[in-house]
Design a binder for this molecule. Structure first.
Ligand SMILES: [Zn+2]
Length: 414
């Protein structure tokens, strides 16, 4: 134990305390407002639907509380508790080449973490989602999904870890800069590979058949000088009753993907409004801005790691007895989020600002009323709370809370 250990524990406890406090605020607020539909939604959401949303939010939030505690406990066990050190010694015991040992330690850390998360995922899917009628997944689909995810973790993680560790060993003191280039290349590869290789492993994508909707979408794209790599319907209903829509992929080949559950719920002008919002994100360059911010942050982080990796106290303070490149990488990935936790509200606020901008764009391109109707349907069908705690929401939410967002749109409706 050294100064870093105490600093780490202090941040870990402070973050846990803040998150616990936020959860209680949220539970309190949602329950207190569950007996009356907020005025702005009175004509569109029934009291029964509003009560269901409250009960669903409370169930998820309550369970999330225990996840917070488990997460913090695990983090302690991996680091100061000696878990990573033990894993490292087990792999070293096999006397494999340094690079193989390193990849082995990083991959098994990832796999064990993924396996430990399984019971939580199963509880969310088969207890909470099931209880509120959202789960469409079977134990077979669930098992196959997770098996595929673990395989992807190995298939993608092994070459990435191997490349970064090799650079670490051979590229000299500027290794972190070359590792950053590899990371950037990998991220771009994933943006390309996700829609064409990875997503199809989990879902079926069929070209949108509804001609009326398609016509509207294509007109909207043309008006904005956009071409797309196709408009697809995804069989989201295989797993969940929740609906969504997104753009995916690189450059001019971005695909537009709608969950079948969303298409079932929305009218043509509402679908157009939702897509106009997504185009707003593109046109206001939100996606590019976010990528630049992420690239900058990862460069800064890797530069910091380039310094930490030479410091004996970095390893000792976080429970590792034998310094190595892979141990430094693992500790860094485990510990960094604890120290950057308090940046969360800043990132969330930035994201909400982008959501308002995309809404403003959508209002000019289609119309405010259609977007409001679409949003209310989505809130209703997804049983999203209309009355989140303002502080909880400010801290976490990437989207403005329902009443704020709808009020903002209403103020622009003609
Ligand atoms: Zn958005």
């Amino acid at each position: 134990m050294n100064t870093l250990s105490f600093l780490f524990l202090g941040f870990l406890c402070a973050a846990l305390a803040v998150r616990w406090w936020l959860v209680h605020r949220q539970l309190d607020h949602v329950q207190r407002h569950s007996s009356r539909v907020p005025e702005a939604f009175e004509s569109r959401v029934s009291l029964e639907e509003h009560r269901k949303a409250a009960a669903y939010t409370v169930a998820k939030t309550r369970f999330g509380r225990w996840e917070l505690v488990a997460e913090a406990a695990l983090l302690f066990l991996w680091t100061i508790g000696g878990g990573l050190d033990l894993l490292d010694r087990l792999w070293r015991g096999l006397s494999l080449p340094e690079l193989v040992t390193g990849v082995g330690v990083l991959l098994s850390l990832g796999l064990i973490s993924a396996l430990l998360d399984l019971p939580f995922a199963a509880y969310r899917t088969f207890v909470i989602e099931q209880k509120f009628g959202f789960n469409r997944s079977t134990s077979r689909v669930f098992a196959v999904d997770h098996l595929k995810q673990l395989m992807l973790l190995v298939l993608l993680g092994a070459p990435l870890a191997g490349a970064v560790l090799w650079i670490l060993m051979h590229a000299g003191s500027l290794w972190w800069f070359y590792a950053w280039l590899v990371w950037l290349g990998f991220s771009l590869f994933m943006v390309w590979a996700y829609p064409v290789v990875i997503a199809p492993l989990f879902n079926r994508f069929t070209p949108l058949g509804d001609e009326a909707v398609k016509q509207r979408i294509e007109t909207l794209l043309e008006r904005n000088d956009l071409t797309s790599g196709g408009i697809f319907v995804m069989d989201g209903s295989r797993r969940t009753g929740h609906g969504n829509a997104y753009f995916t992929g690189l450059g001019d080949h971005k695909r537009i993907v709608f969950f079948d559950t969303l298409l079932d719920q929305l009218a043509a002008d509402e679908i157009e409004a939702v897509l106009a919002h997504e185009i707003g994100h593109l046109k206001r360059r939100h996606i590019r801005k976010r990528m630049v911010v992420m690239a900058g942050l990862s460069l800064g982080s890797l530069a910091l790691l380039g310094w930490l990796i030479e410091q004996q106290w970095f390893y000792a303070g976080l429970g590792v007895t034998q310094p190595s490149g892979h141990a430094a990488l693992a500790l860094f990935m485990l510990a960094l989020p604890v120290f950057t936790f308090f940046m969360q509200p800043v990132m969330a606020a930035l994201s909400r600002k982008h959501e308002f901008e995309a809404d403003d764009f959508a209002v000019r391109q289609s119309n405010a009323d259609a977007l409001i109707r679409a949003l209310v349907k989505l809130y209703r069908e997804n049983a999203s709370t209309l009355t989140p705690d303002p502080v909880y929401s400010a801290f976490y939410d990437s989207h403005p809370p329902a009443p704020v967002r709808v009020a903002h749109l209403s103020s622009q409706a003609a």
